[in-house]
Design a protein around this ligand. Structure first.
Ligand SMILES: [Zn+2]
Length: 343
C-alpha cells in the first residue's frame, strides 16, 4: 500500500497512473473514487485510503458513479489484453478489432487505452516496433546492463517500468555509440568529480562521481578518446556553467530519446535557473497532464545533468525528491542558482 502522503499527492494531481493502486474513500459522503476522479477534491480530513474497492465496501462505502472505481481492473485487463495482442501480431491491429476483443466500443476503448498508456494503440504499436529494433541492435547483454545502469533493482522491476513507459527505450543510444568518437574528461568541481563526454555534435553525458568504466558501459561501441583541443573549449564552457549558474543554452548537447522524453527534456530546459517545478507541472507542460509518472521516468533518464536541469524538478509537496547523484548535489545546485539570482 502506498504511503498516505503519496496517495494524497496523486489525488490532488489527478494522476491516472495511480488508478488501480488504491481508492480514495470520502467518509463525509460515503463514496470511494479512483485517484484521478474528476469530481471536486474532498477535504483531506474526510479522506481515508483503501487498498481497493473491496476493502472500501467492507468499510461501508459505495463506488462513485462518476469515476467508476471498480472498472479500473476491467480496463487494465482490457489494456493488457490489447497489448498482448499487438505484441503477438508484431504490428498494429485495427482499433475496431481490438475494442471488440475487449468488449468495448472503438471510441471508448481508444480512451481507456490512452488513459492507461498515454498512447493510442497505433502509437503504442509503433513504439513497440522501435524498441524491438533497438534491442536487436544493442544485443540482449547490453539491455541487461542498461537495466542496472538505469538504477533498477532487477529486470522485472525494469520491465514493469518499461511497460509503464510503453516502448520508450531504456537506452538512449541503442547501438552503443557505434561509429561515434566520444571525447571525455573527469574534472574536479565544487560539486565533486564531474564526468563530461561529448560527440562532435555536443555533450552526450554529464554526470558526477562516474568513471571511464561507466562511460564505456554506456557507449560500448564508441571510440573513447581523452581530451582534444575542441573538446577542451567545450569542457571549459561546461565547467563555467556548473560553477557559475545562468543561461547556458548555447552549449550544444547531443541526446537521443523518445519523442516524449525529448519533450520532457525541452520542458526542463525552459525552467529558469533557481526555480523549481513538480513532475505534474512538467507532465502538463508537455501536454500530457495524466503522465506524471512517465514525466518522472523521462526526468530520470536524462543523461546530461545540469545542462538539462533535472535537478529543478522537486516533489509537489516541496521536498527535494530524488537525484541520480544524491540529494546533496541537487540541493547545492539549486542553492548556487538562487545565490546567483540574488546577484
Ligand atoms: Zn469519483
Amino acid at each position: 500500500m502506498i504511503a498516505d502522503d503519496e496517495a494524497w499527492a496523486a489525488v490532488l494531481a489527478r494522476d491516472r497512473s495511480y488508478d488501480g493502486s488504491f481508492v480514495t474513500g470520502v467518509l463525509s459522503t460515503g463514496i470511494y473514487c479512483r485517484p484521478s476522479c474528476s469530481a471536486r477534491h474532498p477535504r483531506r480530513a474526510n479522506v481515508r485510503f483503501f487498498k481497493d474497492g473491496g476493502v472500501a465496501r467492507e468499510a461501508g462505502l459505495r463506488p462513485c458513479l462518476r469515476c467508476l472505481p471498480d472498472d479500473v481492473s476491467r480496463e487494465e485487463r482490457a489494456v493488457l489484453m490489447a497489448i498482448e495482442a499487438i505484441k503477438a501480431a508484431g504490428q498494429n491491429l485495427a482499433l475496431a478489432d481490438l475494442a471488440a476483443r475487449c468488449g468495448y466500443s472503438p471510441t471508448h476503448f481508444q480512451r481507456v487505452f490512452a488513459r492507461a498508456t498515454g498512447l493510442s494503440p497505433a502509437a503504442y504499436a509503433r513504439a513497440l516496433q522501435k524498441e524491438r529494433m533497438a534491442e536487436v541492435l544493442s544485443g540482449a547483454e547490453r539491455v541487461t546492463d542498461a537495466i542496472y545502469d538505469a538504477g533498477f533493482s532487477g529486470p522485472s522491476r525494469f520491465y514493469a517500468a518499461a511497460e509503464e513507459r510503453l516502448g520508450m527505450t531504456a537506452s538512449a543510444w541503442a547501438n552503443g555509440g557505434h561509429g561515434v568518437t566520444i571525447r571525455w574528461a573527469v574534472v574536479p568541481t565544487s560539486l565533486g568529480e564531474m564526468l563530461v563526454a561529448a560527440t562532435d555534435r555536443g555533450v552526450c553525458r554529464l554526470s558526477f562521481n562516474e568513471d571511464a568504466a561507466a562511460l564505456r558501459a554506456r557507449f560500448p561501441n564508441a571510440t573513447l578518446e581523452q581530451g582534444g583541443e575542441v573538446f577542451a573549449r567545450l569542457l571549459a564552457q561546461v565547467i563555467a556553467a556548473v560553477e557559475t549558474p545562468g543561461d547556458h543554452s548555447h552549449i550544444p548537447i547531443d541526446v537521443r530519446g523518445t519523442a516524449f522524453q525529448e519533450a520532457v527534456w525541452q520542458a526542463l530546459r525552459a525552467i529558469p535557473p533557481g526555480e523549481t517545478r513538480s513532475y505534474a507541472d512538467i507532465a502538463a507542460a508537455v501536454g500530457k497532464p495524466g503522465a506524471v509518472r512517465a514525466a518522472g521516468s523521462a526526468n530520470g533518464a536524462n543523461n546530461v545533468a545540469v545542462l538539462i536541469p533535472c535537478h529543478r524538478v522537486i516533489r509537489s509537496d516541496g521536498s527535494l525528491g530524488g537525484y541520480a547523484y544524491g540529494l546533496e548535489i541537487k540541493q547545492r545546485l539549486l542553492d548556487k542558482e538562487r545565490e546567483a539570482n540574488r546577484g
